[in-house]
Each structure stands twice: as structure tokens, then as C-alpha cells.
Design a protein around this ligand. Sequence first.
Ligand code: PLP
Length: 347
Amino acid sequence: MNMFDLNRLIRNNIKSLTPYSSARDEFKGDAAVFLDANENPFNEPVNRYPDPLQIKLKHQIANIKNTTPENIFLGNGSDEAIDLVIRAFCEPGKHNIVAIDPTYGMYKVCADINNVEYRKVPLTSEFEINPEALLEQTDENTRLVFVCSPNNPTSNSFRPDNIQKVIKSFDGIVVLDEAYIDFSSGKGFLPLLPEYPNLIIFQTFSKAWGMAGIRLGMAFADEKIISILNKIKYPYNINVLTMATAMKSLQNIRRKERWVAEILYQRSVLREELEKVPVVLKVFPSDANFLLIKVTQPREIYNYLVDNKIVVRDRSKVSLCEGCLRVTVGTANENNRLIKALLKYKE
Ligand SMILES: *Cc1c(COP(=O)(O)O)cnc(C)c1O
């Protein structure tokens, strides 16, 4: 068992920080006349600063996710949450992060920007995490371990008992990115959050909810961790338009569920069709809204598809993904166009 002590992990400058106090922080009640924030009285509703803690939106999310608003942080995409977690816990030039490899590129970019060492631990050849190898790379200066499940770009979920082993044995913070959890056959770790004070789960409105354009990411964690993130975020990080759009969508969960069901159906069709394409050597198992495929000539096929106005992602230079392209599941029509083009490709 780990000896988790959150206070030990928070950077000293963050622990002693007096956060910016906005007009909306200092007066939280209901009033008829707002003359406290130098806003323009015209042009409602965008004339007003947004709620810094997004309380209404968090209540809606908490209901759906079966958690409480105090366990939720909202960011300008998951990207903001990734950056803030690093800034809260990692002293530049001193602390380090251990992460699986290959995975989402933003973790390393944020670590690099913050001058925090980033240690990559390869997945097994079956794209599974190796908890012992991950833990072996941690030392007394490791503050965060990043795991992404279902993982991008490998598209699979990891065995829950392996993820659990990392959370239970590491005495720092485990960040588990569940951006693709709605497409997964597993339930994810959110139901287990109360058991793990050192776990932060990321989810997003960018994928299943179909709102990549509004930039809204969620982090779920113990309320002590959430309050640290709230203390260091920009005061008004989620804007009025984003909140209104998200709240409207959250009232129609069935629509999201229909999209997910359709995408999962299209994923199975696309898999079957890709398996019949001669230049496709392998379609990896997927628990996400994309397929990782191994092809005979990745760069040439990528360019050929671009010439046919179809863009996929070339992942062939990524470790363990030699020869691979990453294909997002689109509409039936979009997927058909991809299959037709691939069938016509001449080596
Ligand atoms: C797409 C994706 C996200 C979403 O990031 P946003 O900033 O919320 O759009 C997060 N993590 C992974 C692994 C992703 O692939």
C-alpha cells in the first residue's frame, strides 16, 4: 500500500499562494443590481463574467456521473487540466513524470513546457501496461504517473487490475485519462474514485458529446485535489457560451447515447470492411472511436488518401506503431469513401 500524503506533493509556491479574488468570488449572493465588476450593462448575456466555479454546470455533470460538484474541475479542454496538474505538483527541473508509451502527445508537451522530466515506459507488445515496469521508473521525485485508457493511439483499454495496481502502489498522483470511456465496454474508474485519494480522472466533451469546438474538459478527483486546481486556474477559464452550450447538451443525454451507439456500430462495420482490404495487414482491437490499422506502406497510403481528400493520422513513426495509421470512425458515408479509396490503392 502507498503512503499517500497530498500535502507533501503540492509545490510550496502553490501551497502558499493567495489566489486572485474576483468580483464574482467576493460576492456570491443574488442581487438585482451588479455594479461590482466594471462590466458593460448592455449586451446580455455575454456582458457578464462567467461563474468562476461553474456551479450550475457542475451540478448537472455530477448528476449524470453520480458524483458531487466538489469532485469536479472543469477546464478549457483536458489540455488545461493536464497543464494545471503538472504546475500544481511538479517543481520544474526537479520533479518528474512517469508515463506509458505510446500515448497522447499532450502530456509530454506540457511536461516539456514546464521543464519537468518525462519518463516513458513502453507498453507490452500487446499494448498492455506493465505496472511493475511503470512503478520501477518512479523515484522519490516522481509526482505524477500518466495512464490513458482507452489509450490513444493504440485504441485498447488496459486491464483494470493492472491500472489498480499502479494506483494502489504509487504514493504520488495517478492521472487516468478516460477521454474515450463512452466508447468502451468497461465502466472506467469513476465509480471507484472515493476509494482512491491519489487518483485524478480526465474525461472530455470533445469526443462522445460531440463538442470539441467548445473546449470543455473534466477532471474528477478527491475534493482536496480539485480545490488546488481551482486555486491556480485562470479565474474565468470557462466562458459563458461554452457553459450554456454544455448545459443544453446535458439535458439531452439520449442524443449522446444515440451517437455513441451509431459510432460503435460503424466501428464494427469499418473493422469488417478494413479487414477485407489487401493493403491493410491488421486492425487492432478498439475500445474507442477510432481504429489503429497496420498497412503495407503507411506514408504512401497516407499521401494517396490525402490526394483523394481523405485525411487519417499517420502514426507509423510512433513507438510500437510501426506501419500504422489511425482512423477515426466517421459516418457510414465517410467510412465508405475511405474503404473505396483503399481498395483502389495500387502499390
Ligand atoms: C482527444 C483526447 C483528449 C481531449 O482533449 P480536449 O482538450 O478535452 O479536447 C484528451 N485525452 C486524450 C487521450 C485524447 O485523445
